[in-house]
Write a protein that binds this ligand. Structure first.
Ligand SMILES: *Cc1c(COP(=O)(O)O)cnc(C)c1O
Length: 837
């Protein structure tokens, strides 16, 4: 049921359905048709829903008689039908797996500018994820919030100070429709907030094969304050944020349950959505008449938490008093004291002053967790260490899946064409192994250089047009005259820098020495040009100052042709940038960039990266594929001087000369050598296809299996696990470890020790011999076996093992950890006891 139910001529009726499938946002076969219907609206909005609404009846009638249009429409429709119904990559590989589906929850989604529900990288990732799930046929059902206003639009005033404008998201002009309840009415999810009923309307967005459901509190029956719950993305005060997270988590899961997805694997894109795990427990308790603890043990197996934050201060936290108002009622429904639920969000449940932390909640209610790059995985193990007291940091149960990008969203039509010729039209819908790197390495210099030239020229064109819009609204035309009428040059080495103006990203590292930068830009033989864009958070004065510094620099008479600042960084601008730049610049302070994805978007288009060794670049970089800034160690602000100098030197001595070093045919052969290596070695590895495959193999399938095991037979295994867990908790303090004894027997090095287990069964725990890793040696973990009973009264056992290592006795210690073949240790049980040394 679309809002825009304006009648269309019969021959064009299918356009409505096409307009409501975001498939058009990455498959550009239909662009010509929307363009033909209404060139002006299409150019301004890139939104087919607007095109259908704003085109006159007369024009629609005319088009309905246009044979060429109808033929093209028919081809398009057939291609889309095939896209939707062909056997997918997922069906080929996993049709018979235990995985029924994936319920994905995220605060933001960056799918396209016609549906502006994103602020930055987190949303872009969620958008790219859904598109890739559609391409590969992965059974994802996604949930988010429909904000009445998305993130702000940016403009700069005459002094370069950021102004924020919040535009109204008119659902009637967005590519979405109402979700229908079984009885034909508009689907709603209701909840109780502070003893009053709040209704959330449900919308649905079609992303190819995938459906994204959006909750919206703007139901006229709600109180005005409640109607505003979904008013703004990341707006309002702390309590509003909490209520939004309750809406996303609790109502989001309630919706998923209503849709029949209650036994899916649940994937939390960041801790914002963590309340979903509580609602999942509640519905499970209600349905199966089990206790809270059994529900926790049953459902946790099916939950996956992806953390995106590189610093603990980045987690959402709430004062207990605020949370208690909302959680009291909920805990009554669950039949547990509110304290039990509050404890899930604290590192130390005993501490009454500690705030409730959404990331801790997620970690405690998900059996699986991961960071978003190898480095971020390691950083996360440090941050989450407080939840695993006395466990070595390396064993904190957080893995990593490095983010990737949905390549068809970011490639230019020219690049698309080159790749299509090499690997066919379905290359991003198949196994990545079908794109051997050798084939790309053979790309011809001329074609590649032509592709780069075309991309750069189109970018320069686009920038000039976009700047034109920026200047026209300037209050004082005299001010604008400082700027160039025709900035940029399609033949000059082009750098792009676009990202949030957050301090850790060091958006003005390049501005460290403005005169040196100006000299670099104006070099007589090796000129460089620079395109900068990005928003500062509305409350961030530092970021706004940094923006202003760029604005002022761009006005300098000596660089005005070589540097531009583009307002209102959005997906469209990002697409043009990544398709046209030669070098993508990224200068975060390690290890603050959890992953970063914008640099991955240039790979397919033959752009190169120059970046700090942080996030994805720390694992992608080697000398053949791009340039690295910094030494890969962690430094503070004092490092900025050195990094800025290193950045200038790389650009002056390495990058610019390489770009302008040409052969007889004026082709930069060394440059293109790097381009080919980067395209060949990195594009597929940092695609969302690779990422999704890793989630399936490493997380979704194991979680689905674990969930199925624990929930079958009325949750018998979950009940057993809870029994095991309670027993361990009760008797753990009775464990006592003796001394380690080493000896040689039959030419083997052996170790033994006596252990008192008190009331515990040896089957329920493991006694291990441990040696920490050193520079030269990796860690050793050896499970010892209970060889004989010593004294039955105290449950004392002799544990023994055979050691293959020659490391000295003193390197070893013993410990006891919980054991159950069906439990995830230490994710689900954190007890550990070490031999005192
Ligand atoms: C890719 C993208 C981002 C995220 O980029 P980072 O590398 O994480 O800074 C943010 N905004 C837009 C519009 C993007 O396209």
């Amino acid at each position: 049921m679309a809002l825009s139910s304006r009648p269309l001529p019969e021959a064009l009726a299918i356009l409505r359905e096409l307009s409501l499938d975001l498939y058009w946002s990455w498959n550009h076969d239909g662009d010509q048709l929307w363009q033909q219907l209404n060139p002006e609206v299409w150019e301004h909005t890139q939104n087919p829903v607007e095109v259908l609404q704003l085109t006159s009846d007369e024009q629609l009638q005319k088009i309905a008689r246009d044979k060429n249009f109808l033929a093209a429409l028919n081809t398009l429709t057939q291609a889309r039908d095939a896209y939707l119904t062909d056997t997918s990559w997922y069906q080929q590989h996993y049709a018979n797996s235990a995985l029924k589906g994936i319920a994905y929850l995220s605060m933001e989604y960056g799918l396209c500018d016609a549906l502006p529900l994103y602020a930055g990288g987190l949303g872009m990732l969620a958008g790219d994820y859904l598109k890739t799930a559609s391409d590969l046929g992965v059974p994802v059902v996604a949930v988010g919030l429909l904000y009445q206003q998305g993130y702000f639009h940016q403009s700069l005033d005459d002094t370069g100070w950021q102004r924020e404008t919040y535009l109204y998201n008119d659902p009637g002009s967005l590519p979405l429709r109402r979700a229908q309840a079984k009885d034909g009415s508009w689907l709603h999810i209701d909840t109780e907030f502070l003893c009053r009923r709040v209704r959330f309307r449900v919308w649905q967005v079609t992303v190819g094969r995938i459906t994204l459901y959006l909750l919206d509190s703007n139901d006229p029956r709600n109180q005005a304050g409640d109607r505003g719950i979904t008013s703004q993305l990341y707006g309002g005060n702390r309590e509003l944020r909490l209520v939004q997270e309750i809406a996303l988590g609790i109502c989001g899961w309630r919706l998923l349950d209503t849709l029949g997805c209650g036994d899916y694997v649940c994937h939390l894109n960041e801790g914002h959505a963590a309340f979903a795990t509580l609602e999942r427990m509640r519905t499970y308790c209600e349905r199966h008449k089990v206790s809270f603890d059994e529900a926790l043990w049953a459902t946790r197996a099916g939950n996956i938490f992806t953390t995106h934050t590189p610093v603990a201060a980045g987690f959402d936290r709430y004062p207990i008093e605020v949370l208690r108002r909302y959680i009291d009622e909920f805990s009554q429904q669950l039949g547990v004291p509110a304290e039990r639920l509050l404890a899930l969000g604290k590192a130390n449940p005993e501490d009454s002053t500690e705030w409730f932390n959404m990331a801790w909640l997620a970690m405690r209610t998900c059996a699986f967790a991961n960071g978003v790059s190898a480095l971020h995985g390691a950083v996360s193990r440090t941050i989450f260490q407080p939840l695993f007291p006395r466990w070595p940091e390396r064993e904190v149960p957080i893995g990593h899946v490095t983010n990737g990008v949905h390549v068809p969203t970011w490639d230019s039509s020219r690049a698309d064409n080159e790749w299509r010729q090499l690997f066919g039209p379905d290359r991003w819908r198949q196994d990545l192994e079908r794109m051997p790197t050798d084939t790309i390495e053979q790309l011809d210099n001329h074609r590649l250089w032509q592709m780069k030239g075309q991309g750069r020229a189109q970018l320069v064109d686009y920038v000039r047009r976009r700047l034109g819009h920026q200047w026209r609204r300037e209050s004082d035309p005299g001010q604008c005259a400082v700027f160039s009428e025709q900035p940029l040059d399609p033949n000059v080495l082009t750098l792009g820098f676009a990202r949030r103006f957050a301090e850790y990203k060091r958006p003005n590292l390049l501005l460290h020495n403005p005169d040196r930068l100006a000299a670099l830009l104006n070099h007589p033989q090796h000129p460089v040009q620079l395109i900068v864009a990005g928003k500062a958070h509305p409350a961030d004065q530092w970021g706004k100052n940094a923006l202003q510094a760029w604005y002022r620099f761009a006005r300098r008479a000596d660089v005005k042709d070589r540097v531009v600042f583009l307002e209102d960084y959005d997906i469209e601008l990002a697409q043009h940038l990544v398709q046209g730049v030669d070098v993508w610049l990224n200068t975060p302070r390690r290890p603050w960039e959890a992953c970063g994805t914008s640099g991955m978007k240039v790979l397919v288009n033959g752009g190169l990266n120059l970046s700090s060794l942080d996030g994805w670049w720390a694992e992608a970089w080697h000398a053949e594929v791009g340039w690295a800034l910094g030494d890969g160690d962690v430094h503070g602000e004092e490092q900025d001087d050195d990094d800025a100098t290193a950045l200038y030197e790389l650009l002056e001595q390495d990058i610019a000369p390489c770009f302008y070093h040409r052969d007889d045919a004026d082709i930069p052969t060394d440059w293109l050598e790097r381009v080919r290596h980067s395209m060949a070695q990195l594009t597929a590895s940092f695609s969302c296809n690779r990422m999704l495959q890793e989630y399936i193999e490493g997380y979704y399938l194991p979680a689905a299996q674990l969930l199925a095991n624990r929930t079958k037979e009325k949750g018998a295994l979950a009940a057993e696990l809870f029994q095991w867990h309670s027993g361990l908790s009760q008797h753990w303090h009775e464990i006592h470890l003796g001394e380690l004894q080493f000896d040689e027997r039959d030419g083997h090095r052996r170790v033994g020790l006596n252990v008192q287990l008190g009331g515990l069964n040896p089957e329920h725990l493991t006694v291990e011999l441990i040696a920490d890793p050193t520079d030269a040696e990796s860690a050793i973990t050896l499970a010892l076996t209970p060889a004989s009973t010593l004294q039955s009264a105290t449950h004392s056992y002799r544990y023994e093992g055979q050691l293959d290592s020659a490391r000295p006795d003193g390197d070893f210690t013993a410990r006891v950890v919980p054991r159950h073949p069906a439990a995830m240790i230490p994710a689900e049980h954190q007890k550990i006891i070490w031999q005192s040394r």
